[in-house]
Design a binder for this molecule. Structure first.
Ligand code: PLP
Ligand code: COI
Length: 356
């Protein structure tokens, strides 16, 4: 067991009164997990301390060159009042994958998991109670060395903050309308699209703002070279149900390897669905739509869970999928996944992790 110091706050905040109105990512719990890195000591001083501002030099490298990585996962309150995490080991595995790409020193995944569980236990009263709410967890690393030359930083901060949250999309499980981006690109192979790093979200903002102004929830990205093959949505991976086959873009180096995506594939395969991971072009989707073969489109993500897509707009073409309703595969997956996440159903070994 490692030595994780705990310093409790003397001034706990009031919990939200109306859990139905908390929104996503607006409120933070009383404590955070913190750990430092320097070249002499490596990652050291893991601790749980009161949530608060952090001091940074104006020349801290993260502020200039974007050497940051993050993760997103959730803690769920089960019917028995126990608190569960969903595949948290996968998040720390992916955090290290992002670290490798961004030249950030790797973390001890076991220690991170231990720190997270301890933090969740300290904050268990912050896990909301009402349906479709959870405690969103954001582990992240920033580079902190004060320096203006471009190079990997020699010091870092690893922090986990937590936020009681409702659904990511205001529409909840209602279908979202998605806009296929044809002007801007998110990532290319060899870039950092497969890492969870701030720059991938900074590059998406212009498209997201334009999509929202046109009445859409998010952008569907195409590949950055041919502008032809489907990649992923702003904050989720994407699936297409064509007749009796479920298809999703394969992991190719430029999209995020979503943990919900991985889980959906495993769930569907175990139930006998035909699931294919491959390149899929927007023309193919458009043709399938015209022929009536495109039955459902849905996104998957920690924040978004399963988000059915109601409309897909590609240039002048508006594809209304599933008549704007929630398709049977999307609904089934939503019900299965949330049952496992909320500890109502067992799922596969290691998926649902009871914290306390
Ligand atoms: N793609 C992007 C760009 C994301 O931000 C997310 C959200 O984390 C996902 C996909 C889905 O990943 P996961 O299912 O691990 O949350
Ligand atoms: C998540 O689903 O965890 C995300 O990271 C999505 C978004 C809030 C960036």
């Amino acid at each position: 067991m490692s030595d994780i110091r705990v310093e409790l706050t003397t001034g706990p905040k009031a919990k939200p009164k109306d859990e139905n109105a908390i929104g996503f990512g607006n409120i933070y719990t009383d404590h955070m997990f913190v750990m430092n890195y320097d070249e002499e000591r490596g990652w050291h001083d893991p601790r749980i301390v009161p949530y608060g501002d952090i001091a940074l030099a104006p020349t801290a490298m993260c502020l200039h060159y974007g050497q940051t990585v993050f993760e997103g996962l959730k803690a769920y309150r089960g019917d028995d009042d126990s608190i569960y995490l969903f595949r948290p080991d996968k998040n720390f595995e992916r955090l290290n994958l992002s670290c490798r790409r961004l030249c950030i020193p790797l973390l001890d995944e076991q220690l991170c998991l231990e720190g997270l569980k301890k933090l969740v236990e300290v904050e268990k009263d912050w896990v909301p109670h009402v349906e479709n709410t959870s405690l969103y967890i954001r582990p992240f690393i920033i580079s902190t060395e004060p320096h203006l030359g471009v190079k990997p930083s020699s010091s870092y901060l690893f922090i986990i903050v937590m936020s009681p949250s409702g659904p990511y999309y205001k529409s909840g499980l209602k279908p979202v309308d998605i806009y296929v981006e044809t002007e801007y690109v998110r990532a290319v192979k060899g870039g950092m699209g497969m890492a969870k790093t701030g720059g991938n979200y900074a590059v998406s903002l212009k498209s997201q703002v334009e999509a929202e102004a046109a009445g859409f929830s998010q952008t569907l990205w195409l590949d950055g070279v041919e502008r032809k093959y489907i990649e992923e949505v702003g904050a989720m991976n994407i699936f297409f149900v064509m007749e009796d086959e479920v298809i999703t873009p394969m992991i190719n180096g430029s999209i995020l390897s979503g943990i919900t995506r991985m889980s959906v594939i495993e769930l569907l395969k175990s139930e006998g669905y035909k699931v294919t991971e491959r390149r899929i072009s927007i023309d193919e989707i458009s043709d399938a739509y015209d022929m009536g073969r495109l039955k459902e489109v849905f996104g998957t993500g920690t924040a978004a869970v399963i988000s059915p897509v109601g409309v897909l707009k590609w240039e002048d073409k508006v594809m209304a999928v599933s008549d704007g309703a929630i398709g049977p595969v999307s609904r089934h997956l939503y019900e299965e996944l949330t049952a496992i996440q909320w500890g109502r159903k067992e799922g596969f070994p290691g998926w649902s992790v009871k914290v306390c």
